[in-house]
Design a binder for this molecule. Structure first.
Ligand SMILES: Cc1cc2nc3c(=O)[nH]c(=O)nc-3n(C[C@H](O)[C@H](O)[C@H](O)COP(=O)(O)O)c2cc1C
Length: 551
């Protein structure tokens, strides 16, 4: 980042302003007594002097008051900094949050151009953390179109899902054209498009399969007070395009945060989509009002399923303290009911806008979260009835394969698909000035995104990624993604030590938790028995300990 030199102290720091003023005076004299060419000097120095005067008089930016005119150099460099680093400095494999290598692959797959690389890997295979998939001497062939699975097999309207889908992003966070292109792409490629919590907009109704996400704001199914409205829910949920319902409990990038859409952004269109008054702030509370305990959550799932005409209903969550997730599974066991699917969102997930601490430090990263959820469902004997999806920086075939090795049945991508729409990772989603017209409500910027071109790119990114996955699985000697297990992925711990995921991680056996097996696994030993279907609260012993301050 550009720093002003310590030499530029008073009066040097006013030199640009002083020189501009001097230039203006000289130009004015020249214009008066010599020829008209001095007019250019008057114009240039006049503008600079006006800028300097504004800098000195304004109160918002201290740096500008101290360094009139010069400070703009700093502000401009600061705002171009990410682009400069991105284009000139950053290495191909550095992730900020997505590396150039990751993005280039997405762009190539989206544009249907060759994604092949010459010469060899850029990765350091001897460095700790390096991971790879084991190839087989008996490779198989997989038809990419076979990489699907049935979600909600017990339901009247089960859904055949692709192993790779568009993760939740609302109309409001994304532009109308971006939503339209995602939906058209999903329709062309035969995969699903998650609406995000901002309800089903007209741009979602273009033929693509929808997973309708219900967040704590109940957009599209709320009454005037902002609570859940069953009749409005039934109306939308029975739409043929809606294939599954997803209750959003939390999101990896900002768990427990809720959100606010400022009144200025609540246009007539967004208001009618979400079922809120236009021009007024729209609040998504941090917590749901339709349920407060794990048991009530399961009851709510059952209720939504009935209202939706027996379509699959699932939950999306970021994992916090293990006892809260255990409590949900206890409620499944107690009631004999369960969600049809669980989407685990890793702490590395993205968002349109969230506080830095939430983005960086709140919530469990995907690997640990996925493993915990998978293990609990296996241990509780529910894994064969509850499908498991994962989201969190999964953009290529290996990312998907390693998530599957940790328990996922399918994967979702949000940012991967917006790269396919042309996102350049400018990270200005929260400013409404997204340069690629993806994450903005500025109609001029958004309208520059060409829907047919980008829709085809979305479909191509999906098709080429799934084809790459099919090839990888085939090279490992597998015939379907469901055959993938932790034994197929290896992880380098040190220069001389390597373990497969099967050796590295602790896996529960089916039904183990039902027969006292929790004792054999650390997290389960500590929190499984005490978790209750009726509360998200920590175990009583833990609460007492904290109260006593005796630690
Ligand atoms: C612009 C943007 C908007 C998002 N909006 C939502 C949302 O409405 N609901 C939700 O559950 N997740 C939302 N997410 C999170 C994604 O659905 C996803 O879970 C997360 O970004 C991880 O996936 P990724 O790493 O592929 O982006 C949003 C993410 C982005 C980037």
């Amino acid at each position: 980042m550009f720093r002003l030199s310590p030499l530029a102290s008073f009066p040097l720091r006013f030199s640009a302003y002083a020189l501009s003023l001097l230039g203006l005076i000289v130009s004015l004299i020249g214009l008066t007594f010599a020829d008209a060419d001095w007019g250019w000097g008057v114009l240039v120095f006049g503008l600079l002097t006006a800028l300097g005067t504004y800098d000195v008089c304004q109160r918002g930016r201290t740096v500008s008051r101290n360094y009139p005119i010069l400070a703009h150099l700093r502000y401009n460099l600061e705002s171009f900094g990410p682009e400069i680093r991105q284009y000139f400095i950053q290495s191909d494999t550095e992730e900020v949050p997505f590396s150039r290598e990751q993005r280039r692959l997405i762009y190539q797959r989206a544009k249907n151009v060759s994604d092949k690389r010459p010469f060899g890997s850029l990765h350091h295979m001897r460095h700790p953390g390096y991971e790879w998939m084991s190839p087989s001497l008996a490779p198989a062939h997989i038809d990419p179109s076979s990489l699907r699975l049935t979600v909600g097999a017990e339901r009247a309207k089960p859904y055949s899902a692709s192993v790779f889908n568009i993760s939740a992003m609302s109309f409001g966070a994304l532009s109308a054209n971006a939503i339209s292109a995602l939906n058209d792409g999903a329709c062309e490629g035969g995969f699903y498009h998650d609406t995000g919590e901002g309800a089903i907009s007209p741009y979602h109704r273009r033929g693509g399969d929808l997973v309708w996400e219900i967040g704590s704001g109940y957009f599209g199914c709320r009454n005037e007070a902002g609570d859940f409205d069953p009749e409005r829910f039934r109306e939308n949920a029975r739409d043929n395009a809606v294939r599954m319902i997803e209750i959003k409990l939390s999101q990896g990038a900002k768990p427990g945060h809720g959100g606010i859409l400022p009144g200025a952004k609540v246009t007539e269109e967004i208001a009618s989509t979400r079922g809120v008054p236009p021009g007024r702030d729209v609040i998504s509370p941090a917590a749901h009002t339709a349920f407060t305990t794990p048991r009530e959550l399961i009851d709510f799932i059952v209720r939504l399923r009935e209202l939706a005409g027996d379509k699959p209903v699932g939950i999306k969550l970021a994992i916090g303290p293990p006892w809260e997730w255990f409590a949900i599974v206890k409620a499944m066991l107690d009631t004999g009911e369960h969600p049809d699917f669980v989407v685990v969102d890793g702490g590395e997930g993205g968002t349109g806008a969230a506080p830095l601490e939430f983005i960086n430090r709140l919530g469990m990263p995907l690997d640990e979260a996925l493993l915990l959820v998978h293990n609990t469902l296996v241990g509780a004997g529910l894994r064969d009835r509850v499908c498991l999806a994962a989201a969190g920086k999964l953009v290529n075939a290996f990312d998907i394969a390693r998530a599957m090795a940790l328990g996922a049945d399918w994967c979702n991508a949000a940012r991967g698909f917006i790269f396919a729409l042309g996102c350049i990772q400018a990270r200005s989603c929260h400013t409404d000035r997204c340069p690629s017209g993806v994450a903005t409500q500025d109609t001029l910027r958004g309208s520059r995104l060409d829907v047919p071109t980008k829709a085809h790119r979305v479909a191509s990114f999906h098709a080429n990624t799934v084809a790459a996955l099919a090839e990888m699985l085939g090279a490992a000697g597998l015939h379907h993604s469901s055959e993938l297990g932790p034994e197929h992925i290896s992880h380098r711990l040190t220069r001389h030590e390597v373990k497969s995921f099967a050796e590295l991680h602790d896996f529960l056996t089916p039904g183990e938790l039902l027969v006292g097996g929790a004792e054999r696994h650390p997290v389960f030993r500590d929190y499984w028995e005490s978790a209750s279907a009726d509360s998200f609260a920590p175990p009583e012993t833990l609460a007492k300990l904290r109260d006593s301050k005796l630690y």
